[in-house]
Write a protein that binds this ligand. Structure first.
Ligand code: CO
Length: 199
């Protein structure tokens, strides 16, 4: 069990299945990737990027972290955005949050969780920015609303990044989308916050 052999067995079956459908699939993909989408989503195991939009390997460039945050000083996330926009020249950046996000929930508590509290601070800020809209809502509604508001805030953060600002200034065709995924029914919802130019 130490070697996780069952995962290797599954891997062989999976690769065989893809080759059965298209013998050239891996050979073609090994030469280059040309994804049209950058997906920034939550690390939650229930929200796998490719599977949700039913796209095969090669179609989605992915960055995931707890609660799908885009923090201006996070070199990891900013580097992913830069590579995706400037080298891969993706046309769409999708920020995909999800209802029932444990990161958002933890940010609503007053409990201490340790190191991650520094990361969750970003969501607590989103809550503070939107305190009027959230005030008076029942806890469940507040939770759903904060999950959505968090996505919208991250869309703003992507739009305000130097990488995206420069890309737009240089005339790139680049759309930023804010989506939310419902883990109860497997469906995505567009939050209507698509941005395509410097506004
Ligand atoms: Co989450």
């Amino acid at each position: 069990m130490k070697t996780l052999q069952h995962l290797f067995d599954r891997n062989i079956k999976w690769a065989d299945g893809i080759i059965a459908g298209n013998p050239e699939f891996f050979a073609t993909l090994s030469r280059q990737q040309n994804p049209e989408y950058l997906w920034i989503g939550c690390s939650d195991s229930r929200v796998p990027a490719n599977q949700i939009v039913d796209l095969p390997p090669g179609e989605v460039f992915v960055h995931r972290n707890i609660a799908n945050l885009v923090v201006h000083t996070d070199l990891n996330c900013q580097s992913v955005i830069q590579y995706a926009v400037e080298v891969l020249k993706v046309k769409h950046i999708i920020i995909c949050g999800h209802y029932g996000c444990s990161g958002v929930k933890a940010a609503m508590d007053n409990r201490e969780y340790g190191l991650i509290d520094n990361w969750l601070r970003n969501i607590r800020d989103v809550r503070r920015f939107n305190s009027e809209a959230l005030e008076g809502l029942q806890e469940d509604a507040q939770f759903d609303s904060l999950c959505e508001l968090n996505v919208k805030e991250q869309v703003r953060n992507v739009c305000n990044s130097t990488i995206v600002q420069n890309a737009w200034r240089n005339g790139a065709e680049l759309y930023i989308h804010g989506w939310i995924y419902n883990i109860k029914n497997g469906l995505l919802k567009d939050l209507g916050s698509c941005v395509s130019t410097d506004e």
